[in-house]
Write a protein that binds this ligand. Structure first.
Ligand code: AKG
Length: 340
């Protein structure tokens, strides 16, 4: 069932509630269940039943039913892919220094993740980067960080409201002194400020021409304490995650699982990757999930459309890249309206 329009007492059934009734009838919720929800919100019983009944008999709803069948056909096509995916192992394969041809053939082109090892051996960052190095070389720079995340369950959706500027040295000290916390995290959302402020760090990484196009600038810097949580979402591009410091746990879900993911808003799902509540989200029971941990030196290929939940298992630094050698524009044709 789609989320209810408001938690407040309903004095009159307005068009927002009518749209909710219509949507849920189209997708198969029993009329009585919908009437009971209206009654729980304060609508008199006779009015609730009459409203749901009128909606169920509406010819407009019959028109919308055609759209539902078309959508069901799209879901069927995704389910074909989903069932075939289930024939694959549900662990993320580790490959040592995979060639461009193999990476393209076995992962990029097939929308399937892989952890590549051995590609970051030549990165000076692997030896140089630590709290003291950051402090010594960039401590005075003003950077931007996501802050106050604990107080906001939708901190990713509301990312603009959580931006805060501070000295990089102070942020390094905060991470160093912190126990597990998700309250602050330097993420790709802070990229426009930090790419300039910390530009020198990009000299410590070596382009990966097997997979990335050196002509396109790239690299997002993620730095946070143990305990950072990036809620389940999918990207609109393929993404390469290079783990430099610390480790992260990821829960990965293939693109074709979309119909089971309760995706009502943009690229997010309300399903919590730490604890999947099957009573609230029963469709999750059939979802194929791959769990993995990335360690320093690992490169994780995150295919476009794959849902991922990410948890910092230690204070960590990750660089992510989207400047692949191959077509990576999956955003130009993304729906403009983000409520689904
Ligand atoms: O490392 C993280 O916390 C999240 C990375 C991520 O979700 C992304 O790059 O899309």
């Amino acid at each position: 069932m789609s989320p209810q329009p408001s938690a407040a007492v309903v004095t009159t059934i307005d068009d927002t509630w009518r749209a909710w009734i219509a949507e849920n009838l189209i997708f198969g919720s029993p009329p009585n269940t919908l009437a009971q929800i209206l009654i729980r919100h304060g609508v008199p019983q006779a009015m609730a039943i009459a409203e749901v009944d009128a909606a169920a008999r509406s010819p407009y709803l019959r028109g919308a039913d055609r759209l539902k069948r078309r959508l069901a056909k799209h879901d069927w096509a995704l389910d074909v892919q989903r069932k075939l995916n289930c024939l694959r192992p549900s662990t993320v394969e580790h490959c040592h220094r995979i060639s461009a041809e193999d990476f393209l053939a076995r992962h990029y082109r097939t929308n399937w993740p892989v952890i590549i090892t051995g590609m970051l051996d030549a990165w000076p960052a692997m030896q140089r980067w630590n709290f003291d190095y950051f402090r010594e070389h960039y401590g005075e720079r003003e950077v931007e960080v996501q802050f106050g995340r604990n107080a906001d369950a939708n901190h990713e959706l509301n990312s603009i409201a959580h931006k805060k500027r501070m000295r990089f040295g102070d942020y390094v000290d905060l991470v160093r002194a912190s126990d597990a916390s998700n309250d602050f995290y330097m993420t790709a959302n802070n990229d426009s400020t930090n790419r300039q402020a910390l530009a020198g760090l990009w000299n410590d990484i070596v382009p990966l021409p097997e997979y990335l196009d050196p002509a396109k600038p790239g690299g997002f810097f993620w730095f946070g304490p143990k305990g950072t949580i990036t809620p389940s979402h999918h990207d609109l591009t393929n993404n390469l995650m290079a783990q430099v410091i610390g480790s992260k746990r990821l829960l990965l879900i293939p693109t074709g699982e979309l119909p089971n993911l309760y995706n009502f808003r943009h690229c997010f799902t309300p399903v919590d990757g730490r604890h999947i509540d099957l009573a609230q989200f029963p469709d999750m029971a059939r979802v194929q999930m791959l769990e993995c941990v990335i360690e320093p030196g690992d490169l994780l290929f995150l295919p476009v459309g794959w849902w991922h939940f990410v948890e910092g298992l230690a204070a960590s630094v990750t660089m992510t890249f989207t400047n692949f050698c191959w077509d990576n524009d999956f955003y130009s044709n993304y729906p403009a309206e983000h409520y689904f």
